[in-house]
Design a protein around this ligand. Structure first.
Ligand SMILES: [Zn+2]
Length: 199
């Protein structure tokens, strides 16, 4: 892909207008120039493209998670073992699921959220294993303009205190080191794994 096409692709993808999928694997869009805490992100070669990073401005609309661009129907994987605490459709974010992963190594409760799914396969109360397929990537909801997963991590001393945090802080391999799912990992205290399969 030449540079001009790459730019158009990246800009369009950041606006979630078009999916520039396969050739962008292993790459992540840069943080906004005014992001307060940008992280150096290392992507495994086979991971789907991240088209938009976490952003929490002092003013203006935040982006409370990361956007992962991929084909409709791509399996969505639980980022750690946990329990389904919300699973429903709503107009803005479409089909969405929230998982409660329990308490991490620092005594903080960790939740993950998955938006715009084409299909949901889990109900409230279900227990899920790390890497288990909980739905399919899609574009449901008014904000789901292209096929992508909007993925959020919330963390706090309690559910009421849990706030959105940059997902890149919590990967199994370390800060900024996007980690593909692999078998044999433990609970959320070990960290999170990428919520779509790596090819
Ligand atoms: Zn998003």
């Amino acid at each position: 892909m030449n540079l001009a096409v790459r730019w158009v692709c990246a800009i369009a993808a950041s606006l979630a207008i078009v999916a520039c999928d396969s050739e962008e694997r292993g790459r992540a869009h840069w943080y906004r120039a005014d992001a307060t805490n940008p992280i150096d992100v290392e992507m495994p070669a086979g991971a789907l493209y991240i088209s938009q990073q976490f952003f929490q401005p002092s003013a203006g609309p935040p982006h409370a998670g990361i956007d992962i661009i991929g084909p409709r129907g791509t399996p969505i994987l639980a980022a750690a073992p946990g329990k389904v605490v919300a699973s429903h459709y709503e107009p803005l974010y479409g089909n969405r699921i929230r998982l409660d992963h329990g308490v991490d190594g620092q005594g903080r409760r960790v939740f993950t959220q998955y938006y715009h799914m084409d299909k949901r396969f889990r109900r409230v109360g279900d227990r899920v294993r790390r890497g288990q397929v909980i739905g399919h990537l899609g574009s449901t909801g008014v904000l789901g303009l292209a096929n992508h997963l909007h993925f959020e991590v919330h963390r706090g001393v309690s559910e009421a205190e849990a706030v959105p945090r940059d997902p890149h802080l919590f990967w199994v391999n370390g800060v900024g080191k996007v980690t593909c799912f692999r078998a044999g990992l433990g609970g959320v205290a070990q960290g999170l794994t990428f919520p779509t399969p790596c090819s």
